[in-house]
Design a protein around this ligand. Structure first.
Ligand code: NDP
Length: 464
């Protein structure tokens, strides 16, 4: 696997400031596939300086021209789709069809949406006797996780560029090769030097240095709530803008009149996709008492199709594998009924976890409250619709969810009462323009579409 041994700063690959490197491991076979430099505060400083130097020019570039560069970036990502999919599979372990369709495909859609939005967005508006200018915030520090390595990058970088901001990216240490490919794509698309910069490294060193750097005007972070809280506190102390996309424990609510088989099958697929490493996954399935056992049986049948190493990949690393298996043990200890899977690793090599389904999960159990980030589904029983709502809203999170009803009207009535940022109604499709982000401890701010773009803008009002 091709790996750069430098940082992409100021439009070129520069040697890293320090000698340390990070080994990149394929989680499917535990083999080292490459090394990338472990960035230091010095690398971060050089990248922020490059981004600052590029900011005035990029901010002053007419939106239509910025749109043209983002469209060029989209085209390069589309042209290099196979290479991207292969790289994601090598460092994340996801099955190739998933890497092709989702990991490589969705970023093309999202970059395309921002090429269009940059050209059409109203960066100026009239309000009574005022003209309100929407101006770029400045230099963005983007810190991304490994679960959707390219999507998480594009969901921050594309709107930031559309707004006229410049960016320094610190990607997850588990998936830096995809980030290096993205930097190559930026270069190929002809973005001006310094508009996008990449520093690979660990969160504790490079991530922290970026979040704390006084030359960064906005920190956009996706990852765990624990790290998000720290980044929010650091940004607050410096009175710096912050966007946080954090964890979830989303509910898949199946109302009594819904098509049970469809709701359960789509629900199981949603949780198992990407080995359960999706912040918006519907990890709690809520079913009425009368059809509960039928749903459990359907889920057990559906999950049997997810054969580890074939339809479902490993989790990202040994630590995550141990963490997820620990949650499965905790579920058994707390009295949930195991209907599929279990804590034993299904394969000797690779960081695999058995696709697992728990029944008789009660709302107070750990597996009903905490984000597991693995292929684990909890099925909960509700007595009536108000009980379902109490359970659905009864966690600290509020990122996503689903409602299945006899018709859209019934499902929407329920969705309106949910404390969550995004709800799919009767199997609604992904929309790259829909705002994505959390209520409660799932985060601050929104990504994607025009709402995602507005995160990178600040307003100035002129009175006449
Ligand atoms: P983290 O929150 O630790 O990592 C996310 C990103 O933040 C990575 O780039 C990481 O770097 C970086 N980071 C870590 N510590 C700091 C810091 N002190 N300052 C600045 N940046 C930092 O997630 P993990 O990878 O450890 O995953 C743990 C759990 O987090 C998962 O099990 C899951 O529950 C949740 N998670 C949620 C995601 C989501 O999409 N909402 C995505 C990923 C994880 P590095 O790669 O070096 O750690």
């Amino acid at each position: 696997m091709k790996a750069h041994d430098g940082m992409y700063i100021g439009g070129e690959w520069r040697p890293a400031a320090g000698p340390d490197t990070i080994a990149v491991v394929n989680p499917a076979d535990e083999q080292v596939i490459g090394h990338v430099p472990a960035g230091t505060a010095e690398d971060v400083d050089a990248a922020v300086r490059a981004a600052r130097a590029a900011f005035p020019g990029w901010a002053a570039t007419p939106p239509a021209e910025r749109a043209g560069r983002i469209a060029a970036l989209r085209d390069v990502l589309a042209a290099r789709k196979d290479e991207i999919a292969g790289t994601v599979t090598a460092e994340l372990g996801s099955p190739l069809p998933l890497s092709q369709a989702v990991h490589a495909g969705v970023p093309v859609l999202v970059a395309g949406s921002y090429a269009e939005l940059a050209a059409s967005y109203a960066f100026e508006e009239k309000l009574g006797n005022s003209t309100v200018l929407l101006e770029p915030v400045g230099v963005v520090g983007a810190i991304t996780p490994w679960n959707y390595p390219l999507h998480q990058i594009v969901a921050k970088v594309a709107p930031a560029l559309a707004a006229g901001c410049t960016v320094v990216l610190k990607p997850a240490e588990d998936t830096p090769l995809t980030a290096q490919l993205f930097a190559e794509a930026v270069h190929e698309a002809g973005l001006p030097a310094g508009v996008f910069n990449l520093v690979t490294g660990t969160g504790a060193v490079a991530g922290q240095a970026l979040a704390e750097h006084e030359g960064v005007d906005l920190v956009s972070f996706t990852g765990s709530t624990a790290v998000g809280r720290r980044i929010g506190a650091t940004a607050g102390a410096a009175v710096k803008r912050v966007a946080l996309e954090l964890g979830g424990k989303s509910a898949n609510v199946i109302l009594p009149g819904a098509d049970l088989a469809k709701a359960v099958n789509v629900g199981v697929a949603n949780v198992m996709s990407n080995s359960g490493q999706t912040c918006s996954a519907w990890t709690r399935m809520l079913v009425d008492a009368e059809r509960y056992e039928e749903a459990v049986a359907l889920a057990a049948t559906a999950v049997a199709k997810y054969v580890p190493g074939e339809r479902i990949g490993p989790v990202v690393n040994a630590e995550q594998q141990a963490r997820v298996r620990g949650y499965i043990e905790k579920g058994v200890e707390e009295g949930a009924r195991l209907v599929a899977g279990g804590p034993e690793a299904p394969r000797e090599q690779g960081y695999y976890v058995s696709p697992t389904v728990f029944a008789d999960v009660t709302p107070d159990m750990t597996i009903a409250q905490e984000e597991i980030f693995g292929p684990v589904l909890s099925i909960l029983r509700y007595e009536d619709v108000d009980d379902a709502l109490r359970i659905a809203n009864g966690t600290v999170y509020g990122l996503a969810g689903a409602v299945w009803g006899a018709d859209d009207e019934e499902a929407v009535a329920f969705a309106r009462r949910m404390d969550t940022g995004q709800v799919d109604i009767n199997g609604g499709r992904f929309n790259p323009l829909a705002p994505f982000g959390g209520y409660k401890q799932s985060g601050v701010g929104r990504e994607l579409g025009p709402h995602g773009l507005s995160e990178y803008l600040q307003t100035k009002s002129l009175q006449f």
